[in-house]
Design a protein around this ligand. Structure first.
Ligand code: ATP
Length: 220
């Protein structure tokens, strides 16, 4: 076999074999998940991507089916749930929301690392599936600092803050349960938390960057 041909086969084998694993972020509201995820997206715009969720809620002005969400009627989503097509679902303000396995696979197929931001129920559901994901818990340095950050964020009224703080206690307890999360990042000083996160994700990021280089070099 000619050497060039052998190298090409090896290259294609590499391209076919590498599939970035999804990263599941979870932690109390206000712990800094969005802040840290946004930093990853900013530093690695071609590496990380969100999957597109399904929802029964009506599209808002400017939203497009298949871009912000897959908009679908309740009976269709319920049928998909019954077929085991979802990794996790949740009901909020009388609307169903869910992340389908296909939506996450679609991201992996592009060579990007799929980012999921879910609550503890979502973590429990995804843990039960065969999705080879990495689970990261983002934790505030303390409950008191979490409360301070939620108040300073100024996005919620008093009732919403009280609700988030109540949920946070459960989420912080859940974060310490053995075997649930692969890593815990304490978000005290933002730069340090981000650097810790990048250390955890170093191999995933390098793998995806490598993959994208191979994809760009491969014959079209
Ligand atoms: N290390 C940090 N130090 C100080 N403030 C921070 C830090 N990380 C995040 N914040 C601030 O705390 C607030 C909550 O952060 P963020 O919105 O990212 O949390 P979240 O976990 O995504 O919350 P939710 O689940 O409600 O979306 C924001 O105002 C953010 O700017």
């Amino acid at each position: 076999m000619n050497i060039c041909f052998r190298i090409t086969i090896r290259t294609f084998a590499k391209i076919a074999s590498f599939k970035p694993r999804p990263i599941v972020f979870s932690g109390p509201s206000g712990s800094g998940k969005t802040t840290l995820i946004n930093k990853l997206f900013k530093e690695y715009p071609s590496i990380f991507a969100f999957s597109i969720s399904h929802t029964t809620r009506a599209p808002r002005a400017g939203e497009q089916d298949g871009r912000e969400y897959h908009f679908a009627p309740r009976n269709q989503i319920e049928k998909m749930i019954a077929n085991g097509e979802f990794l996790e679902t949740t009901e909020f303000s009388s609307n169903l929301y869910g992340t389908s396995k296909k939506a996450v696979e679609d991201v992996a197929k592009t060579g990007c690392i799929c980012v999921l931001d879910v609550d503890k129920e979502g973590v429990k559901s995804i843990r039960k599936t065969d999705l080879n994901a990495l689970f990261i818990h983002i934790s505030p340095p303390s409950y008191e600092i979490l409360e301070k950050r939620l108040r300073e964020r100024q996005t919620d009224n008093e009732n919403a803050i009280k609700y988030r703080l109540k949920e946070a206690k459960e989420s912080m307890k859940f974060g310490k349960e053995p075997g649930v999360y692969d890593h815990i990042v304490i978000n005290d000083k933002l730069d340090i938390a981000y650097s810790d996160l990048k250390t955890i994700l170093r191999q995933d990021i390098e793998g995806a960057l490598q993959q994208q280089k191979l994809n760009n070099k491969s014959p079209k």
